[in-house]
Design a protein around this ligand. Structure first.
Ligand code: 13P
Length: 254
């Protein structure tokens, strides 16, 4: 049985004050949570601060991205060892916002995947098609291509203990979530695609759904057999909404 992971991606939002009250709110609402793994990914400058706010809690600390180099003359970059040093265990990579605004290629994202695995941390690989690709019937091809870049660079075993977040680009921040059936179909395709190379790896890999998940639509999404939690943007900035999504996952996956 896979333990679901609900992860909040704060993106470019927050302040020390906001982080303090949001974490306090989550700790309050999620005291005895065990049936679902919960993670939050604040902006990198607040990671150390949030780690202290999380002291004694089982909420996991995540990062939104990582550089591919370990040290040296790379102004502005953050290394995986730095993230590890401040207590990060899960690292989001390949988010569509980075693929689009920073022109990150599949190969570059695969390199980040390798750096994270090498450091013993958990990559959260975001994949998903744009609206145009969806309308052109390319959803499966795009997801397969983004996954295959990692398999080609690192082998199928790299997905052992890893997380994939299926985030259709057209559903991100639009209020237009994929329907549970739509998402399930793609999640099943992803798991089957991995199973073609290794059934065991496919059965344990966590596949989150992301894209306009909120406290109203989460429960039905989580009833789908291949949806193992969610990567949440906007709704992760409110403690009550995010906690409700976590509780929906716990309930559905009991
Ligand atoms: P929203 O939940 O705001 O649609 O964002 C999803 C997302 O991009 C999470 O990484």
């Amino acid at each position: 049985m896979r333990k679901p992971l609900v992860m909040g991606n704060w993106k470019l939002n927050g302040s020390k004050n906001m982080a303090k009250s949001l974490v306090a709110g989550l700790r309050n609402e999620l005291s005895n949570n065990t049936a679902c793994n919960v993670a939050i990914a604040p902006p990198v400058v607040y990671l150390d601060f949030v780690k202290h706010q999380l002291d004694g809690s089982n909420i996991i600390l995540g990062a939104q991205d990582v550089g591919v180099n370990l040290s040296g003359a790379y102004t502005g970059e953050i290394s995986i060892e730095m993230l590890k040093d401040v207590g990060v265990t899960h690292v989001i990579i390949g988010h569509s916002e980075r693929r689009t605004y920073h022109k990150e290629s599949d190969e570059f994202v695969a390199k980040k995947f390798g750096v994270i695995k090498e450091a013993g941390l958990v990559p959260v690989l975001c994949i998903g098609e744009t609206e145009a690709e969806n309308e052109a019937g390319q959803t499966q091809a795009i997801c397969a291509r983004q996954i295959d870049a990692v398999i080609k660079a690192l082998g199928i075993q790299a997905f052992n203990g890893a997380v994939i977040a299926y985030e259709p680009v057209w559903a991100i921040g639009t209020g237009k979530s994929a329907t549970p059936a739509q998402a399930q179909a793609v999640h099943k395709f992803i798991r089957d695609h991995i199973a073609k190379q290794d059934e065991k790896v496919a059965q344990q890999v966590i596949i989150q759904y992301g894209g306009s998940v909120n406290d109203k639509n989460a429960a039905e999404l989580f009833t789908q057999p291949d949806i193992d939690g969610a990567l949440v943007g906007g709704a992760s900035l409110k403690a009550d909404a995010f906690a409700a999504i976590v509780k929906a996952a716990e309930q559905a996956k009991k």
